[in-house]
Design a protein around this ligand. Structure first.
Ligand code: SF4
Length: 560
């Protein structure tokens, strides 16, 4: 099995100390990316750790395919204990950071401890530097990038940044990179900012030499020439009108599933604002969306479809420029647009203010700085739902993505089983229930019959992609045979590895008290409980949603 190469670098930002550890056995078993980071996090973060405590760690990782020139490999992974869900959580960002990270020569970088004052960490192939940066306290993502460029010559694509929201421990703060790209979900930006780390820079020329199968060139060529693929024009927003048409577009804080103004904020509207191609490193698919509004001069990237939902339909907003602005504010302040948009939508529902763009933009800023009502909203929907007397639209404390499970029932079950909470990319089952391009394996969105084994397969498959690291938008190009060739492994062995990753996450979360009661939805699906039991059975877990004793071995802090 192909795998990442290099040691683990541990950076203690409290003690300003570093250590390197040989992790070859972990790399050989878990490939790289999310797999390696999950195993390291499972074994090194205490089960009872406080997400905001010094004992929590962030593990940055890439995989062996970041050594290729293949499309869909411009992404990397970060794993830690989430302050939003309270569970182990991996997040995945695009942009250009992944190649700069591999240049350091490390397979994984662990950021641990807690600094008393704002600090920047420079990780290069020459070693690690710590720099006190009191002048960056409260700096936006853009201001932080300017500082790193002016003082040290680092580009935005070499940085992992905590914005003001991260510093203020907003529970859904993102780690930002390459200006507009985010390790978005689950609040890992609050972990980084909570450690008083303003940014981590990655640079060097010590990437390992890893041979990747020539099939990579076929994938790359097809990605470059797939001119008719809807995502090449409108990225993820290309699904908006279709999702609205089938009744899967959450609107007005999840009270409706269709939005009259969908055409004004969807794929056509966003692509009209797109002014050039946007991509991640090495990717010829180029699905990103650099956008500009000539009238206001606003220039940003996106919104992506999920942001169109959270700050558009779910907030009752049918103005694409308003959604662009919400998106841009979240990027500058360092927040996940899905959780932030849903939190704002909940506030609008409570105050009968849907569609009030001025209020929305004001709230986004107030959340980042924890001012006024923003302080409450910064805790996330699960923690403030009772205070505002709104429904708790979360799973495991994570706010819902779009692709509504009340219409796409398999995706609904997948929101519940996901160890990350209500995130669409964990199983990404929606792509089977309404494929953007014709595919043989499409399944009927209605009902749950026969779906639990398919969800297990998709979750495992995605854990493999996240370990490779391969972008999930490769789905129309990445066959099982190609994945076998790329990772030099039998597909069944790769699926087994993916299953081990999911199980480690589940085991960690079980030790923190998670069980079947946490695999729950805020709505009823016919046959849900039976399907959930079947899902556990396929995984070989107990019917209460826990991993049987004795299945996890070799961990320093695993079953005694
Ligand atoms: S498909 Fe899109 S998100 Fe994925 S690597 Fe390529 S440009 Fe980035």
């Amino acid at each position: 099995m192909l795998h990442a190469e290099g040691p683990l670098l541990t950076v203690d930002v409290g003690e300003h100390e570093t250590t390197t550890t040989d992790v070859d056995d972990v790399l050989a078993s878990f490939v790289g990316g999310r797999g390696v980071a999950t195993k390291l996090a499972h074994d090194r973060i205490p089960f009872d750790a406080d997400p905001f405590g010094p004992e929590n760690s962030l593990f940055f990782t890439t995989g062996p395919l970041q050594m290729s020139t293949m499309s869909f490999t411009g992404r990397m992974n970060c794993t830690g204990l989430s302050p939003l869900t309270g569970g182990l959580l991996s997040s995945n960002a695009g942009g250009f950071l992944s190649r700069n990270f591999t240049g350091t020569g490390y397979a994984a970088v662990e950021i641990t401890g807690e600094s008393d004052d704002p600090v920047a960490v420079h990780v290069t192939d020459d070693g690690v530097e710590f720099e006190e940066v009191p002048e960056l306290a409260g700096a936006t993502v853009g201001e932080t990038g300017e500082y790193a460029a002016d003082e040290h010559g680092f580009g935005d694509d070499q940085l992992a940044v905590a914005g003001p929201a991260g510093e203020n421990r907003v529970r859904f703060a993102a780690i930002m990179t390459t200006e507009h790209r985010a390790f978005g979900r689950g609040g890992l930006g609050a972990v980084l900012g909570g450690k008083n780390v303003k940014y981590v820079a990655f640079a060097g020329d010590s990437e390992p030499d890893i041979d990747v199968d020539p099939v990579a060139m076929d994938v790359h060529r097809e990605a470059a020439t797939a001119d008719d693929h809807p995502m090449k024009k409108a990225g993820t927003t290309s699904v908006t009108e279709y999702a609205n048409h089938v009744g899967a577009l959450p609107s007005y804080y999840f009270s409706e599933l269709e939005f009259d103004g969908a055409a004004d904020i969807g794929g056509e509207a966003v692509s009209e604002k797109k002014y050039k191609k946007g991509t991640c490193s090495q990717c010829a698919f180029a699905c990103k969306l650099p956008t500009r509004d000539e009238e206001t001069g606003l220039e940003t990237e996106g919104p992506e479809y999920e942001t169109v939902m959270a700050f558009g339909s779910n907030s009752g907003v049918d103005d694409v420029v308003s959604v662009m602005k919400s998106n841009d504010l979240c990027d500058e302040l360092g927040m996940d647009t899905i959780s932030c948009g849903d939190a704002v939508a909940a506030y609008l529902a409570a105050n009968d203010e849907f569609g009030n763009s001025d209020l929305i933009h004001d709230l986004v800023e107030k959340i980042a700085y924890r001012e006024g009502d923003g302080d409450l909203l910064a805790e996330g929907v699960h923690r403030f739902a009772d205070d505002l007397d709104v429904e708790d639209w979360t799973v495991k404390g994570l706010e819902f993505a779009a692709h509504d499970g009340r219409t796409l029932n398999g995706q609904g079950l997948a929101f519940a089983t996901s160890n990350r909470g209500a995130d669409h990319m964990y199983a990404e089952f929606y792509s089977k229930e309404y494929p953007l391009v014709d595919k043989d394996e499409a399944v009927d969105p209605e009902g749950l019959d026969g779906k639990p084994p398919l969800i297990v397969e998709k979750e495992n498959h995605n854990a493999v992609l996240d370990s490779g690291v391969v972008c999930k938008f490769s789905r129309d190009f990445m066959t099982e045979e190609r994945l076998e060739a790329l990772l030099d492994a039998d597909y069944d062995d790769l699926q087994a590895m993916g299953a081990r990753v999911v199980e480690l996450e589940r085991h960690f979360n079980n030790r923190r008290g998670f069980d079947r009661a946490d695999d729950a939805l805020p709505y009823d699906l016919p046959g849900f409980e039976d399907a959930l039991s079947e899902y556990y059975e396929v995984r070989g877990w107990n019917d209460d949603g826990t991993v049987p004793d004795g299945r996890i071995s070799g961990a320093a802090s695993a079953d005694d």
